[in-house]
Design a protein around this ligand. Structure first.
Ligand code: EPU
Length: 346
């Protein structure tokens, strides 16, 4: 039988972060039944310690050890909620694997999550940075997030508005340490047409010989593109995109575009802003495929930092800072890390 919760002293986190960098935590608490979170967090060993919730460890960089207790939510149940008609609600516990949820949903004939196939990490981590890919953000599909509110000491249910989703952003990210996500509820559809507008997706489906793609085929196309472009964390340590695509004033985007017509420019978060491709900026500075010791930049995608074996978090952070400095110097654009950096300030 699985324990309801379990506390481990001096835990090794090397295999709990997809960069595979060495790090430790004074305590690791795994809670398999979310209703027992208050009890488990009340354990005397944890009193007064900072708490770091950890999902699949695919969106953080340990530049040092975790300062207090690391919390892992173990529950991984996925269920269809009662309802009828075209719109279908699905509830998944925080510890479920994200890609497993996507494949389960397309297996049920449900559309909504197919563009988000193969993103590493857990369901509970998805709303924090509002994971997104191929033209869809998870926040568009989330109707509610269930969480333990550490401030109010109460279980709460935040609707989509309260989650305040933005590009790789949410209320959870802006107020770290306030909530522990315990489950996420999604609105999916039995009939919605797949969203194929993102560059390369329709072409991939055509190359697969698929004439009228449903969710399953779309997920398959996304998986093929990702496998080609992005390194598999099981083979080489990485955390996906290391930098967010920068949102800049429209005037800056326009002047950069005039000087560099190949620079991809996307809509920003407001009329007078634009989003630039960080990968393009980094690539143009010559970093793609570079390697310094075991820390490097993927040869397949300039946004992805990789650990070729024995890199430390500090070495990766140092490389990231120098990449950002060169983009700042050449283009006047500030890059920000997408993963959470633990143990150092950016
Ligand atoms: N590009 C380059 N060099 C490269 C890679 C890309 O110049 O090495 C340029 C190309 O012009 C390309 C453009 O950048 O057309 C965009 O590249 P891509 O489609 O790979 O998307 P991205 O903006 O770099 C974002 C997400 C990814 C997500 C992809 C696909 C962010 C920070 N990253 O990358 O998400 O998979 O779109 O939707 O928003 C992640 O967040 O960890 C992640 C992998």
């Amino acid at each position: 039988m699985t324990a309801l919760y379990q506390l481990v002293r001096d835990a090794d986190l090397t295999r709990r972060n997809t960069f595979g960098v060495p790090a430790r935590a004074p305590w690791l608490l795994q809670v398999n039944d979310a209703s027992l979170l208050p009890e488990a967090l009340g354990l005397p060993q944890l009193r007064g310690l900072p708490l770091l919730p950890l999902g699949g460890g695919s969106n953080l960089l340990f530049a040092g050890d975790a300062p207090g207790a690391v919390l892992v939510m173990g529950g991984d149940r996925i269920e269809l909620l009662p309802g009828d008609g075209d719109a279908v609600r699905v509830r998944a516990e925080a510890g479920a694997e994200w890609h497993g949820l996507v494949m389960w949903s397309v297996g049920q004939g449900l559309s909504g999550l197919e563009n988000l196939a193969l993103i590493p990490g857990s369901v509970g981590a998805a709303p924090i940075q509002n994971i997104g890919a191929y033209g869809v953000g998870a926040g568009e599909r989330i109707v509610a997030v269930e969480a333990w509110d550490l401030g109010a000491q109460a279980f709460v249910r935040l609707d989509r508005d309260a989650c305040a989703f933005g590009y790789r952003d949410s209320a959870f990210k802006r107020q770290p340490g306030r909530w522990i996500v315990t489950a996420v509820e999604f609105a999916l559809s039995r009939t919605a047409a797949p969203r194929l507008g993102y560059a390369g997706l329709a072409e991939e489906l055509a190359a697969m010989g698929v004439a009228s793609p449903g969710p399953r085929e779309t997920a398959e196309a996304v998986i093929r593109i990702r496998r080609r472009k992005l390194p598999d964390p099981a083979q080489v340590g990485n955390a996906g995109s290391f930098f967010k695509n920068p949102i800049v004033p429209r005037a800056l985007a326009e002047s950069l575009y005039q000087a560099h017509p190949a620079l991809p420019v996307f809509p920003g978060d407001a009329e007078d802003t634009r989003k630039l491709s960080a990968a393009w900026l980094i690539d143009a500075c010559g970093w793609k495929g570079r390697r310094e010791g075991d820390a490097g930049v993927s040869a397949g995608h300039a946004l992805v930092l990789v650990n070729h074996g024995r890199a430390t978090g500090l070495q990766l952070l140092d490389l990231a800072r120098r990449i950002a400095a060169s983009v700042q110097e050449r283009f006047g654009v500030a890059l920000e890390p997408e993963p959470r950096v633990v143990g150092a300030d950016w």
